[in-house]
Design a binder for this molecule. Structure first.
Ligand code: HEM
Length: 421
């Protein structure tokens, strides 16, 4: 079985580090605009959400998933697929220009390139069969979650790229933006995150999760739940959405219990990394708890405010917080293989990112103080990213320094003859 080497992941991990920095900058910008110290600019909202989702997390996933699939399929390490890297990053750069300009040609071009990258990754992952002998051990079962997640991403990209040129309406979608968000959040992100938890748990917990045979039913509950959560806003059918939420959260709760139970009383439960993982899932539940108040249109409840801001609380409270634990852990496993790796984050990042989420929700519910609560929430989120970016940066620098200190391949080249021109 091939030992994971940084080569395959490095081009993506370097881009992930770049997008982490940009995400911190746009969060700071959102704080200053919230306080009225800086003017808004078109696309700020799109940039700050997508620097995290399409930037940091997607780059990280594209770099890591083929390596994890190869490790568990006991196959040699995959070569770096620069075609996928080029398609993903040229698509991203074109979108970063096109969306704020609301230029549909650039959005379609950028979206198509990202779509091609996701399709090529799907094909690369599907090629890794699963070795029978590891079937009873959940680790290695992550691949099916990645493939299902990528299928939802392909749908999410299609809707996002065509959102402003009417593509979704051609397919009879009633609330396209919600279909886009649900496909990417409940589909792509949620399924990939669970796949990572399943594959990485033995590494950071040093044991297997409880109920190893629960992984397949969890997979089908979550995939079906995500599908219903896509079809609900697609057909404007609340029942499908509610059934989807019940299935999806049921599967999530089942998995988190399976992760927690073997760790009861263990030192790991007293570490910020594990608390990041668990508290992150609290913020996926928050919008669900208030959803009935919106559906029933309870008078005085700021339903519109929730619909407008809840996606951001989800991205920072859940997606970013989950990444705080997992991304530094893997950067250190990849770039510092001779050092014990532990889940990322600290008690400071834990307090800052969760206080930020509390204040963002407060800004929705206590509208009199909205600008200050909103601005402070983003200031705390921007601050919470800095120690994690520093953790990632240190791993990359140490890893790169290690490669740089390796004997240069030119050392053993015959000395150039003096009269060589
Ligand atoms: C090529 C890929 C993508 C494209 C072209 C795209 C495009 C868009 C567009 C045009 C919007 C609407 C912006 C607005 O109306 O202000 C949007 C919103 C959103 N997208 Fe994407 N998107 C992509 C990928 C993703 C991914 C991978 C995720 C998450 C995993 C995601 C999550 C979201 C969320 C949460 C919103 C709502 C933002 C808000 O309300 O603040 N998108 N996207």
């Amino acid at each position: 079985m091939g030992k994971p080497t940084p080569q395959q992941m490095t081009p993506y991990f370097i881009m992930a580090l770049l997008f982490a920095g940009l995400a911190a900058l746009t969060a700071l910008d959102a704080a200053l605009t919230g306080f009225g110290l800086l003017p808004w600019f078109n696309g700020l909202r799109w940039l700050r959400v997508h620097f995290i989702t399409l930037g940091l997390v997607t780059e990280f996933a594209f770099g890591l998933l083929p390596v994890l699939a190869a490790v568990y399929a006991r196959q040699p390490m995959p070569k770096t697929r620069l075609d996928i890297w080029l398609a993903l990053n040229s698509g991203l750069i074109i979108l970063i220009v096109g969306v704020p300009l609301m230029n549909s040609v650039l959005m379609i071009t950028g979206g198509t390139l990202v779509f091609i990258a996701a399709l090529l990754l799907f094909k690369q992952l599907s090629a890794f069969g699963l070795v029978r002998s590891v079937a009873d051990k959940p680790a290695g079962a992550g691949r099916k979650f990645y493939l299902s997640g990528l299928s939802f991403l392909l749908l999410g990209i299609f809707i996002g790229a065509g959102l402003w040129v009417g593509w979704p309406q051609l397919l009879g979608m009633r609330v396209p933006i919600e279909v886009h968000i649900h496909a990417n959040i409940w589909g792509f992100m949620a399924l990939v995150f669970v796949g990572l938890l399943v594959d990485l748990y033995p590494g950071f917990a040093g044991r297997q999760p409880a109920w190893s045979r629960s992984i397949t039913p969890i997979f089908w509950m979550m995939t079906t739940g995500a599908l219903f959560l896509v079809l609900g806003p697609w057909l404007s059918n609340q029942i499908l959405t509610v059934v989807g939420i019940v299935l999806h959260l049921g599967a999530t709760g089942w998995l988190l219990l399976g992760v927690y139970i073997p760790l009861r009383g263990d030192e790991l439960t007293k570490t910020p990394g594990l608390w990041h993982l668990f508290l992150a899932y609290l913020w996926i539940i928050a919008p669900v708890l208030v959803a009935p108040l919106i559906i029933l249109q309870v008078p005085g409840f700021p339903g519109v405010g929730v619909e407008q801001s809840a996606p951001q609380a989800l991205i920072y409270g859940w997606v970013l917080q989950f990444s705080f634990a997992v991304i530094p852990y893997l950067f250190s496993r990849v770039f510092l293989p001779n050092q014990p790796a532990k889940l990322g984050g600290s008690w400071l990042t834990l307090s800052l990112v969760n206080l930020g989420a509390v204040l963002l929700w407060a800004s929705i519910l206590i509208t009199n103080y909205q600008p200050w609560l909103f601005g402070t929430a983003y200031a705390l989120w921007a601050l919470s990213m800095l120690p994690v970016i520093a953790q990632i940066y240190r791993s990359v620098r140490a890893g790169v320094a290690f490669v740089e200190s390796a004997p240069a391949f030119l050392d053993d080249a015959p000395a150039a003859s003096p009269n060589a021109s």
